[in-house]
Design a protein around this ligand. Structure first.
Ligand code: UT7
Length: 334
């Protein structure tokens, strides 16, 4: 049976760097608070008129295609993860398909809505299609523009300081090599907590989808019970990593690198302590980009790879937790 390997990675971050001090000029926050509570030093914000969710994803995809030595026309299936699509509908997957010039081939484009866990769900979906032999080359993209939807008043400061914009992409390819590629993926969700981290309006179940009141009441901005989310995250991250290791008969000490979704440096550190891993085995770049939800793992994995921390034969675990709640992991023999 074929299995899927990550043939190449790419990423794109907008050029506009926004520091904690920049945010402190717009709301009641400080560089010291943000760094102490989250580890974040800066993030990128998109440039209106230049960056879109789809074209940022396409930029990341083009880098991955070039590194794989592939032409876009070789892609057979697109999986697009975002919580901020360009339009309410259609999803950004078809926009990315058009951007890459793949519309004439009419290849399928699937949008998925699993927030911070979007890239892990995307990898798992691609893995299943490759294992069944249906496709040989699948493009998985995570792309997010958060900055246009954040609340820059003092009321929104707890959420706003955490998030940034960016995109990452991976090309998944069929391989017959035994013991290489994606060894397993593990997906979970618990809808009980759906409203603990969410954007609740505009809403399909309100009498009118969007009203002036929703905007005036700030109902259109993300809400998050930070402490509640934090508590779940530090429990579910290690659990889902252990699930992946156990499934494959492995231990934390077998891991060469963990690339967690970049939600909070304190969460990554807590996970590292539970798994008793040395500092160099958990990769973090939240300091530079903040939380880019579905884009965070491919951007981080890409940087880790560029730094030479992801080498042939290495055992890599990707793990995520986020809104839904959703969580998941992927264990990969590179
Ligand atoms: O991608 C996955 C989804 N997201 C997450 O995983 C986020 C999980 N949660 C967290 O990362 C943390 O809970 C936060 C970073 C959001 C907050 O850190 P915390 O240590 O849990 O702080 P807190 O919410 O308990 O707030 C502590 C204080 C409060 O003031 P009082 O009540 O102690 O006077 C807040 O009002 O910090 C205040 N505060 C801020 N102060 C300055 C909240 N946000 C800010 C801010 N700047 N941006």
């Amino acid at each position: 049976m074929p299995r899927a390997k990550i043939a190449a990675l790419g990423y794109y971050v907008p050029e506009n760097v926004v520091t904690n001090d920049d945010l402190a000029q717009r709301m009641d926050t400080s560089d010291a608070w943000i760094q102490e509570r989250s580890g974040i030093k800066m993030r990128r914000y998109f440039t209106p008129g230049k960056d879109t969710v789809a074209n940022m994803g396409a930029n990341a995809a083009r880098m991955a295609l070039e590194r794989a030595g592939m032409d876009a026309s070789e892609i057979e299936f697109i999986v697009f993860a975002t919580l901020n699509p360009d339009y309410m509908f259609p999803g950004s997957g078809v926009l990315l398909q058009r951007e890459l010039g793949l519309n004439a081939q009419a290849i399928p484009a699937l949008d998925i809505r699993t927030q911070c866990t979007g890239f892990i769900y995307g990898l798992s979906i691609a893995d299943q299609f490759i294992k069944t032999g249906m496709y040989k080359n699948v493009l998985v993209v995570g792309s997010e523009i958060h900055s246009s939807g954040l609340d820059f008043s003092d009321e929104g400061r707890d959420v706003t300081v955490l998030f940034g914009d960016g995109a990452g992409a991976a090309i998944l390819q069929a391989t017959e090599e035994e013991g290489r590629g994606i060894l397993s993926t593990h997906l979970h969700a618990d809808g009980e907590h759906a409203e603990r981290l969410a954007v609740l309006k505009p809403s399909g179940h309100e009498p009118r989808h969007i009203t002036h009141e929703m905007i005036d009441d700030r109902g259109i901005y993300p809400v998050m019970n930070g402490r509640y989310v934090f508590k779940f995250a530090v429990e579910k991250f290690p659990a889902v990593i252990m699930e992946a290791l156990k499934t494959n008969g492995m231990e934390p000490s077998d891991l060469d690198l963990v690339v967690p979704h970049q939600a909070n440096l304190r969460i990554s550190e807590a996970v590292r302590h539970v798994l008793q891993l040395p500092e160099e085995k958990v990769f973090n770049n939240i300091q530079k980009y903040g939380n880019t939800t579905a884009a965070s793992i491919p951007i981080a994995l890409n940087e880790a790879w560029e730094k030479g921390l992801v080498k042939d034969g290495d055992l890599i675990c990707l793990a995520a937790f986020g809104s839904g709640f959703t969580w998941g992991s992927a264990l990969i023999r590179w």
